[in-house]
Structure formats: C-alpha cells, structure tokens
Design a protein around this ligand. Structure first.
Ligand code: ATP
Length: 302
C-alpha cells in the first residue's frame, strides 16, 4: 500500500503551472493497480528510459513460458532476440498468445519460467518506475481520462511543458483537430466529455508516446476501429515513431508487418516460424497461408 501512495505522490508534478492537477485519480489508481501482479526487486537496477538519453534497447526472451493459471500454459518456450533499434512483429491466429506476450513485455505478469531481458537486465530486476518509462505502449483502445485533451496528452510526461505537449500533438497530427474545437486544448474528453473517434484516440496515444520518448515501443495494432484512410495515415505516424526504437507490434493484419526486421509466427503459444516477410513467403508455411487468405480477403473487399 505504501508503494501505491508513493506513486500517487508523483501526481504532485501535475500541480505545476497550467496543468492544475486534474488527472483523473480513479483511472490513475486503476492503471497502477494493473501493476500489482508483480513485485519490485529488493535492490532493483535503474535503466535509462528515454531514447534521447539511452538510445534504443536490446530485448531478449529466453525460453519464456507462461499461463494465467497453473493448469493452462498459454506460452511455451518462447525465445527471441530483438537487437537495439529493430522491429519485431508478432502474428498468429486468434488466441495464439500475441497479446499475452505483449503483457509479459510490459511486466503486467511475470513468466512462469524463462526470462525477459532489457539490455541484459531481467525485467524483474528493474525498478517498476523505469520499466513503465522505458516501454511506450500504443494500445488498441486508448484510455482517456475525464480531463482536458491537453492534459490527456501530457500524461505521457507529466513534467513536460505546454509547448512540448503541443509539439507532440502536432507530430501526431492531431493539433489541427484540437485547435478546431471551441475550447481547444482545454476541451474535456473521456466518458464525461467529448467522445473521440478510434483514430483520434490513437493519435492521443501516439502524442503521449512522443512526449514520453521511450526506448522500446509496443504497438497493439488496431483491428477494425479505423477506416482504411485513417489507418494508412496512422501507420505513417507509427512508422516514424518506431524508426529508431526497438519495436514490437502485435499484428492482426499482415499488411502492416511486411517491413518488420523479424516476423514471429505464434500458434497455440509456440513460435512455429520466424523470419522476414520474404523468408516466410518462401517457406510456404503457416505465414504464407495466412498471407494468401488475407490477400484474398482484401481482393474481395476491394
Ligand atoms: P487475438 O488475436 O484474438 O487478440 P491473441 O493471439 O492476442 O488473440 P491472447 O489474448 O494472448 O491471444 O490469448 C491467448 C490465450 O490466453 C487465449 O486462450 C485466451 O483465452 C487466454 N487469456 C487471455 N487473457 C487472459 C486472462 N486475462 N486470463 C485468462 N486467460 C486469458
């Protein structure tokens, strides 16, 4: 409980200047609560968290296994190496364990066996604070606090200046939209305010990550919330964000992963294939079959 309160203490940051301490406490506690499955090490190591100060990070998984309950293993013997600055796409059928793997990377849960290392440090040895900071997540469905859209963006870095927040909004290409609102950056969003579309919410998430400047990026690709044009525009912004960072993409569609340095194909919680898009098509295995099915679907839709 003490650690919960000390984390809430960091809310004091928000009271500085224009931001005026209105982060939705309920949601903040809920987010912190999600971290409570895991324990901080007795003498945790610190890690550079920002790309600008630490450069990209290397991420290694060694023989990782995991189950939400001891009776049912979900992931089996997952090993992979993401060299600093490279991209890994995780693909596979529904229920194959893609999102679960993403949850282990953010340490929402610890592996049942095996280890996950950032720059050689086991996730369990890193301070929970640094771990939260070193990985930026663009989720499928972004949580918006019942607060102004400006403060929703600043959530990426509660110490950032208003100018930095606006620059992030511009990079995420949501500035024009925000400036068109009568209340601009002060517009209240969230359940009790203005509802944003799926694409607008994703842009808020992207702006947050730009402010946060993490060394590692985890993208949980949107499935269907976005129309094709918005999706293409957002893909450009995600590509820009991931360029220098070590990036994991949980991908539901294969069209977005063709350029990944490494594509990992999961089936029933095991890696059944890995390689580049070209390698995997040549393999003529699971990935090649998924590719021809999705290519067929897009022809039908066109
Ligand atoms: P999709 O493509 O449908 O999003 P996925 O590949 O991301 O699927 P996961 O969401 O990782 O798959 O789920 C893998 C397995 O773990 C599924 O059988 C699912 O039912 C189970 N599972 C997922 N989340 C939980 C949870 N919180 N508690 C218990 N079981 C879970």
């Amino acid at each position: 409980l003490r650690s919960l309160y000390s984390s809430v203490g960091s809310l004091n940051y928000v009271s500085a200047g224009w931001r005026n301490a209105r982060v939705d406490l309920e949601h903040y506690l809920e987010l912190l609560g999600r971290q409570s499955e895991v324990q901080e090490a007795a003498e945790p190591v610190r890690l550079a968290t920002r790309l600008s100060s630490g450069g990209a990070a290397q991420v290694v998984l060694k023989n990782v296994a995991f189950g939400y309950s001891p009776k049912r293993q979900i992931l089996h013997d997952i090993s992979l190496n993401a060299p600093a600055g490279t991209s890994v796409a995780i693909v596979g059928p529904t229920g194959s364990g893609k999102s679960t793997l993403g949850r282990l990377l953010t340490r929402a849960y610890d592996p049942t066996s095996g280890e996950i290392l950032i720059d050689g440090h086991d996730l369990r040895d890193i301070t929970l604070h640094d771990l939260r900071e070193v990985i930026g997540v663009v989720p499928q469905d972004t949580t918006l606090f019942n607060d102004s859209i400006g403060r929703n963006i600043s959530y990426g870095d509660l110490t950032a200046s208003e100018a930095a927040m606006k620059a992030a909004a511009a990079s995420a290409q949501i500035d024009t939209f925000i400036e068109s609102l009568p209340e601009g950056y002060e517009t209240i969003v969230g359940e009790r305010g203005l509802k944003l579309s799926g694409g607008e919410k994703q842009r808020v998430a992207i702006a947050r990550v730009i402010l946060k400047d993490p060394r590692i990026l985890l993208l949980d690709e949107a499935t269907s919330a976005l129309d094709t044009r918005t999706e293409a525009a957002i893909q450009n912004e995600l590509d820009a964000l991931s360029r220098a960072r070590t990036t994991f993409t949980v991908a539901h569609r294969l069209s977005t992963v063709q350029n990944a340095d490494q594509i990992v194909v999961l089936e029933e919680g095991r890696i059944v294939e890995r390689g580049t898009h070209v390698d995997l098509l040549q393999n003529d295995g699971v990935y090649a079959r998924m590719w021809s099915v999705q290519a067929g679907e897009s022809v039908i839709q066109a």
